[in-house]
Design a protein around this ligand. Structure first.
Ligand code: KG4
Ligand code: ZN
Length: 368
């Protein structure tokens, strides 16, 4: 184990996954290395599916119920018997996310911090998604340090695409971020979810639309590419849903035979066109040496394929996709983000209870 290794127990409850992980970090901001000792994710998808989206108070109740169970499993898998002696810090997602759900995790972590007398780090969910490429090649229980820490050169451009966010971020270094583009209405994942609902596909919609699209014709319908020619880096996806609704209505009225797969494929292509064009333009404008892609939508196979292809024409930049096992919400990424966040200051005396409640609250409104 490298010297100055920090062992963090991380907790994530910002949406509908109750997740706990034990992550070891070392190497500081210059060469961050991580080892995943355990990662447990308990999904509430089935519970929320009948509502077609996450119900915040229901999510909170489930998190409160699940957290002790998920914690016990994460500690067991990591082989931790005395958390107060073996852990250096606790980390918890404090935003952005669904507020009632976030508080379930924050309150639970606070109780643990008091019980075990450990410092508590307030982590940002989006930073978690952003750092997932640092966790490449992590196979649980296999000591395999990530080599991406050295390969990711700055400046980097990051595209974060999830159910709640669509952001383009200039990464000058780890912890040095500037958001220069975001969605003005729906997030990319939300657009996928809405189209899935419109087509009567399941929830969450992204994977369903992607599955249907595989055998569909991407060019069957020409959906709009919102804001694709705008000079700025913002996105807007809410109009796509309306375009989809009109298309469906016209098809039904004219009794034209159609397949859901064609609509799914054409829709997927429209979203990806916009994401890809704007991202690649940013890569060139900022002379980026790396392109990072993370968040739930980063699981989309067509998006991954087209990004891999597009980056080939960029001489300077290399592509770093979130590993498929870490695109969705998890606590490993929260542990990694927390390590980077506090490595500079708060680990000088890691065993001393640190982050005060006030500090946590200040972080709670932070958004990338
Ligand atoms: O990051 P994430 O797990 O949770 C949030 O922080 O929001 O992202 C969830 C989003 C959902 O909207 C889901 O439909 C979408 O990611 N998603 C996908 C795929 N898998 C998940 N969207 C497109 N294609 C996929 N394969
Ligand atoms: Zn997320």
């Amino acid at each position: 184990m490298p010297r100055n290794t920090i062992t963090i127990l991380a907790i994530e409850t910002s949406c509908d996954e109750t997740a706990v992980a034990v992550v070891e970090g070392s190497g500081g901001l210059q060469n961050p290395q991580f080892r995943v000792r355990s990662s447990i994710v308990s999904s509430q998808v089935k519970l929320h599916a009948p509502f077609g989206g996450v119900v915040p108070n229901l999510a909170k109740r489930e998190h409160i119920k699940n957290l002790p169970i998920v914690l016990e499993r994460a500690l067991k898998e990591a082989g931790i018997e005395s958390p107060e002696k073996e852990l250096d810090a606790l980390a918890v997602t404090v935003g952005p996310g669904l507020e009632p759900a976030l508080w379930a995790g924050i309150n639970f972590t606070q109780e643990l911090a008091e019980r075990w007398q450990l410092p508590m780090i307030a982590a940002n969910h989006m930073e978690g998604h952003l750092v997932t490429p640092l966790l490449r090649n992590q196979k649980l229980k296999i000591k395999n340090q990530s080599e991406n820490a050295k390969r990711i050169k700055f400046p980097a451009v990051a595209l974060l695409v999830s159910g709640g966010h669509t952001e383009l971020i200039l990464v000058k270094n780890w912890r040095d971020y500037r958001v220069f583009g975001e969605t003005l209405d729906d997030a990319a994942g939300e657009a996928f979810d809405k189209v899935a609902r419109m087509l009567g596909l399941g929830y969450p919609g992204g994977p369903e639309v992607s599955r249907a699209a595989r055998t569909g014709n991407r060019y069957a319908f020409s959906f709009p590419r919102p804001m694709i020619n705008h000079k700025n880096y913002n996105f807007s996806f809410s109009g796509l849903k309306t375009a989809g609704l009109y298309t469906l209505r016209d098809l039904k009225l004219s009794k034209t035979p159609f397949t859901k797969n064609d609509i799914a494929a054409s829709f997927e292509e429209a979203i990806i066109d916009v994401l890809l064009l704007k991202t690649m333009r940013a890569v060139r404008e900022y002379r980026a040496r790396a392109l990072i892609i993370g968040g739930g939508v980063a699981a989309n196979s067509r998006l991954r394929h087209r990004m891999r292809h597009a980056i080939k024409s960029e001489k300077r930049a290399r592509l770093f996709l979130s590993p498929l096992t870490l695109t969705g919400d998890n606590a490993v990424m929260i542990g990694a983000a927390a390590y980077l966040q506090d490595v500079k200051n708060n680990y000088t005396n890691p065993k001393k209870p640190g982050a005060s409640w006030k500090k946590l609250k200040a972080h709670a409104t932070l958004s990338l």
